[in-house]
Design a protein around this ligand. Structure first.
Ligand code: NAD
Length: 491
């Protein structure tokens, strides 16, 4: 059993304490590897939403008065606590999401700590500009917080999403109300506890549970100044629309159907490894996945043969087993979506090389497992090549020329990520320049260090997480003109 009790003391964490309102709709939390119910929570009611926002407002006034270096120290202390508890937090994340413990130990709480360290260290050095204007006059600029920011999370990386939003928001002097996905609501509560323990004012990071309607209530709350959503494009349209009406700031981290292009001179083993990581890590439930793998015709058959062989050796099973490399889908519904897309791919005439079936591992027979699927003979018009599946379904597409592959890669409404594998450095840069995507990789895929901005263009969203660029999205600039002489007036 994990170090943390799976059922929290209360559904929500507000003003430094767990709170409950049983009048809210029930949220059932299920361990995807066994189908067992591990916690029962309640979606927030209007009084819970109001309490969370009001408490955040009070905390924000205290927090914004503190010196940035002192705010940074709190974030650094929170990062330290997260690292010290990585084993327990990773275990909880595995229960919440079904992701293998070998992934959660290295990719979830630790990446949350990375962002708290980055922004905790950065904020004191983030000073304004001095602008000389002649005659003794000058202007200066200062960054000011927006106020209370709302974070809304997707279910695939609950700890990481909470921290990636909280770290720049809090560093910038804001408070945050965070609404996790109703599918994976447990981990953000632990992060809220840690902020209080690290010395943040009570209420600075509140967690409110709920379905989409609670998200909507929060977006519409007049005391929310900014909304940062990680979710699907349809949800993004609704949330951005609602926020626009009240002229609130928004960051949208939405879906994708990203291209990964493998040229004939690529290191094929590395390209296959990247394609597998970029389609099967977290059972394919990653927004930036390179789900359209374009392979040059000269190396296509060799690529597919080795890809199939390596894919079939992936170890599937109970995600709590440290040897297991691949876990279940997050819910039965998500499993069904992936299986449906496999059937659609087959009916469209693509060739299923391997996987794409429900798996019943001996140690987790009731879990929501789908074996990693590789399709070949995929054409651009097929639904499996156009729609975000958010599951372990890779489409391999053959190409002949650089111009052709760039045009085909860009022929999508999405623009989250893109990758290219080639030994030709000039071509690598030329192709990346031509690709319409916010986050790109050359000779690797899906690495997202905190120093590097992350986010999409086109329907994949706007705003950036990580890097100094994220601070721009959680602060506003004030410019101040300082005069040194008398005011000359014609009146
Ligand atoms: P989703 O859009 O169904 O839900 C995301 C969040 O929005 C949930 O917390 C949900 O409760 C909330 N929500 C739903 N309707 C709402 C409304 N009307 N108002 C306010 N909030 C509302 O997405 P999901 O199924 O949880 O996650 C999968 C999607 O997230 C995929 O499309 C994936 O690509 C995307 N994603 C993007 C990134 C990124 O950084 N770009 C990262 C992870 C996931």
């Amino acid at each position: 059993m994990p170090d943390y009790s799976l059922a929290p003391e209360g559904s929500h964490f507000i003003d430094g304490a767990y709170v409950e309102d049983p009048a809210g709709a029930e949220i059932t939390v299920i361990f995807p590897a066994t189908g067992e119910v591990i916690a029962r929570l309640h979606s927030a009611t209007a009084p819970i939403v109001d309490a969370a926002v009001e408490s955040a407002q009070r905390a924000q006034w205290i927090w914004a008065e503190m010196a940035p270096v002192d705010r940074g120290r709190v974030l650094l202390r929170a990062a330290e606590l997260i690292r010290a508890r990585n084993d327990a937090l990773s275990e909880l994340e595995t229960y919440d999401t079904g992701k293998p413990i070998q992934e959660t130990l290295v990719a979830d709480a630790t990446s949350g700590a990375d962002s708290l360290e980055f922004f905790g260290g950065l904020i004191a050095a983030d000073t304004g500009q001095y602008i000389p204007l002649g005659g003794g006059d000058f202007a200066f600029t200062k960054r000011e917080p927006l106020g209370v920011c709302l974070g809304i999370g997707a279910w695939n990386y609950p700890t990481q999403i909470a921290c990636w939003k909280a770290a720049p928001a809090l560093a910038g002097g804001n408070a945050m109300v965070f609404k996790p996905s109703e599918t994976t609501p447990l981990c953000a509560l632990k992060i809220a506890e840690i902020f209080v323990e690290a010395g943040a004012p009570k209420g600075l990071f509140n967690v409110v549970q709920g379905y989409g309607d609670v998200g909507g209530m929060l977006v519409g709350h007049p005391a929310i100044d900014k909304v940062s959503l990680t979710g699907s494009v349809p949800t993004g349209r609704k949330v951005a629309g609602a926020a626009a009406g009240a002229l609130k700031h928004v960051t949208m981290e939405l879906g994708g159907k990203s291209p990964l292009i493998v040229f004939e001179d690529a290191d094929i083993e590395s390209a296959i490894g990247a394609a597998m990581l970029g389609n099967f890590y977290s059972s394919g439930q990653i927004c930036s996945n390179g789900t359209r793998v374009f392979v040059h015709e000269a190396v296509h058959d060799r690529f597919v043969a080795r890809l199939k062989e390596r894919t079939e050796s992936i170890r599937i099973g109970d995600p709590r087993d440290p040897e297991v490399q691949y876990g279940p889908m997050v819910t039965e519904a998500q499993m069904q979506i992936a299986l449906d897309y496999v059937a659609i791919g087959q009916s469209e005439g693509a060739i299923l090389q391997t996987g794409g079936a429900r798996v019943v591992p001996e140690d987790a027979a009731d879990g929501f497992f789908v074996s990693p699927a590789v399709f070949t003979a995929v054409t651009d018009d097929m639904r499996i090549a156009r729609e975000e599946i958010f599951g372990p379904v890779m489409s391999v597409l053959k190409f002949a020329t650089e111009d052709e592959v760039v045009a085909r890669a860009n022929a999508t409404e999405f623009g989250l990520a893109a990758g290219v594998f080639t030994q030709d450095i000039t071509r690598a840069h030329r192709v990346i320049d031509a690709l319409e995507a916010g986050t790109c990789w050359i000779n690797t895929y899906n690495l997202t260090p905190v120093q590097m901005p992350f986010g999409g263009i086109k329907a994949s969203g706007f705003g950036r997480e990580n890097s100094a660029a994220a601070l721009d999205h959680y602060t506003q600039l004030k410019s101040v003109y300082v005069a040194s002489g008398p005011v000359e007036s014609p009146y």
